[in-house]
Design a binder for this molecule. Structure first.
Ligand code: MG
Length: 433
């Protein structure tokens, strides 16, 4: 039985993610763990799912500590003191969804082996109901947010700049505005009252969802705009002119600040060449798309920095969990030296083209094999995730969608990207027919 996707368990509340599933997950997890810490974002179904997991854990003899309504990076940081962490969140998904993500003490999400163990325990109903006097104990810990703020403040100096923080109604409202005020910033909050219906905007912090933040930047003459997703592991930014900073630009700006000569940076295969060009003396390592894969590779390579253009930034000095709150604090330190618009303008801009072609799911594997053989002659081939061809002056990624009956084509080039994209698209079309 497959419960976990690439970002933990996620789905429609009470239909795909149910109390029954949460209870069994707790019972399975409690089999191998003596202690667990649990938190949740403000989703409507969050508390219901949390209670079910707690009951399952305790029935297996695991002691549980509740930290309440927190961000995912706060929960991941709190996990350092326990055998495992459980976060009830659906991240940037729409309001009707809920989900569960499991954490190790070093801030790494459960890997595929750990997930498969839980899945097989549930499938075989291999649960343990301990004796009445061995049932786990439940307690609360009130200072998880305080601990997280203190940790971040020990790495950041802060600055008296004006920052607008848009938490989108998500869990970021429990921490980021308070942290930035402690760092000496003048903070204006947008959508920072927690609300699991996400009435103000879609929780995903992408350009098209941040119209109000962009307008507010010039209206309030702010220096920096920060936006989080529902559980604030992600952070994106808007510059002082109200321009959204793209994920690739953000990745390059953080990487430049974090990396010295001969550093290692881990990014997914669909990351722009601006990152390679901004860091000529660093090694750029590509992984599959997904922040979990970036974190796993960073640990293996002992990398200095890693991230995903969707807004996940991983700083191994603090944790392998993407931390949107620490990223916001670090960006304050960066922006106090130089305006965000100036940092953007230092980066090259290369045109990127993205399209999708329909392809039935059962045919995808076969079609991808044919595509691979046809594109192979164009340049250096990598098959980490889909097929990526590097040509020095550009690259193309042909990747089957994990969830939809589609094949995606991305092309980026220093010049003539249309030509490159059209050539690859016609080859892919031929292979699908
Ligand atoms: Mg998230």
């Amino acid at each position: 039985m497959k419960l976990f996707g690439s970002s933990g368990i996620r789905g429609l509340a009470n239909v795909e993610v149910t109390v029954d599933m949460a209870l069994k997950l707790g019972m399975a997890l409690g089999r191998s763990k003596k202690t667990a810490v649990i938190g949740r974002d403000p989703r409507v179904a969050g508390e219901m799912i949390e209670h079910a997991i707690i009951s399952g854990l305790m029935s297996a003899g695991c002691d549980v500590v509740r930290v309440g309504l927190v961000t995912t990076p706060t929960l991941a940081y709190a996990t350092r003191n326990y055998d495992c962490g459980v976060m009830v969140t659906a991240s940037h998904n729409p309001a009707q969804d809920v989900g569960i993500k499991l954490w190790n003490p070093d801030g790494m999400a459960f890997d595929s082996i750990q997930q498969e163990e839980i899945e097989s325990t549930i499938e075989n109903e291999d649960f343990v109901n301990v004796a009445w006097n061995k049932i786990g104990e439940l307690s609360s810990y009130e200072n998880a947010v305080r601990d997280h703020i203190d940790m971040i403040c020990s790495h950041s100096t802060g600055a008296p700049i004006k920052v607008i923080v848009d938490c989108g109604g998500g869990a970021g409202g429990t921490i980021t505005p308070f942290l930035l005020r402690e760092m000496g910033c003048e903070v204006i909050t947008l959508n920072s009252q927690l609300d699991g219906h996400f009435p103000a905007r879609n929780p995903e912090p992408k350009d098209s969802n941040l119209g109000i933040l962009k307008k507010a930047m010039t209206a309030f003459e702010a220096d920096l705009g920060i936006a989080h997703d529902g559980d604030a592991d992600r952070m994106m930014a808007v510059d002082e002119r109200g321009v959204f900073v793209s994920g690739d630009e953000m990745l390059a700006i953080f990487a430049r600040y974090e990396c010295k000569d001969n550093s290692k940076v881990v990014v997914p295969v669909d990351t722009s060449m601006i990152v390679d060009d901004a860091l000529p003396s660093s090694t750029i390592i590509h992984t599959r798309v997904g922040d979990v894969y970036v974190a796993e590779e960073m640990k293996k390579q002992k990398a200095d920095f890693g991230g995903e253009p969707s807004g996940s930034w991983i700083f191994p000095r603090i944790s392998y969990c993407p931390d949107g709150i620490y990223a916001a604090a670090l960006l304050v330190d960066i922006v106090k030296e130089k305006k965000l618009s100036a940092l953007r303008e230092e980066l090259p801009q290369y045109p990127t083209l993205r399209t999708t072609l329909a392809c039935d799911n059962p045919r995808k594997d076969g079609v991808m094999k044919v595509i691979s053989s046809k594109l192979g002659a164009m340049g250096e081939v990598s098959s980490i995730d889909g097929i990526r061809i590097d040509m020095g002056d550009g690259w193309v990624l042909v990747r089957p969608s994990g969830t939809e009956a589609k094949i995606r084509i991305t092309a980026e080039a220093r010049k003539n990207v249309e030509e490159l994209h059209a050539k690859v698209e016609s080859i892919v079309k031929e292979c699908i027919q």
